[in-house]
Write a protein that binds this ligand. Structure first.
Ligand code: MD3
Ligand code: FE
Length: 193
């Protein structure tokens, strides 16, 4: 849904995220086993948060460094989920990804959730990203799509288990974030109801 969030809604969301990130700082996750750092920095909102460290990928109720519960998912995001997800239960996790100039995210599938019946809902803020979408198998055909500030993407049905990633972020394409970069929010249902 291109431009689903208008400029004022985007600014308010960024303001809310500044407060949340002060309580739950962005961390640079590392890959399981190798310990290779991500280029994206992450935090979470909601009862569960997605983390990656040498031990693996998982959802957990607390921030890995502060040990405190993740801040709540802000009301505007809960309302967005109710409006567009088509899913009766509330989201349990909101993963916050921050991309600076050189950050990217390799092709992967989101499969650490128990409940694949629920869609993943993505909100883009700040600089435009080149998003790559493939099929259900690694190595298949892929296509790219630009994700701009305010765009909302609902990945449900067959697309829920498709490979996807972020090739790059295009600097200077938005003035929403003072120092540039991109924020992506993904709302997720984790447990089976
Ligand atoms: C397709 N984030 O956090 S959002 C992720 O822009 C992630 O930060 C990217 O991939 C980002 O896991 C892409 C769009 C997105 C989110 C979830 C999906 C696409 C998806 C789940 C299944 C298929
Ligand atoms: Fe993903």
């Amino acid at each position: 849904m291109p431009g689903h969030l208008g400029p004022e809604a985007q600014r308010q969301l960024v303001e809310t995220l500044r407060t949340a990130v002060a309580a739950a700082p962005l961390v640079i996750p590392v890959m399981p086993r190798t310990g290779r750092p991500f280029t994206v920095r992450m935090t979470n909102l909601g009862p569960l948060g997605w983390v990656s460290d040498r031990a693996g990928y998982r959802y957990q109720p607390t921030h890995p460094e502060t040990g405190k519960p993740w801040p709540p998912i802000p009301d505007p995001l809960l309302r967005l989920w109710r409006e567009v997800s088509g899913y009766p239960q509330e989201p349990e996790a909101c993963l916050v990804n921050f991309y600076n100039g050189g950050a990217r995210m390799g092709l992967h599938r989101d499969e650490d959730e128990e409940d694949f019946a629920a869609p993943v809902l993505s909100v883009s803020l700040g600089d435009t990203a080149v998003f790559r979408m493939g099929g259900p198998e690694r190595g298949g055909r892929t296509e790219t799509l630009k994700l701009a500030s305010g765009d909302v993407l609902v990945m449900g049905g067959a697309s829920r288990l498709c490979y996807h990633g972020i090739d790059r972020v295009l600097p200077g394409t938005s003035s929403l974030l003072k120092d540039g970069g991109r924020i992506n929010l993904t709302l997720r249902r984790v447990t089976r109801p």
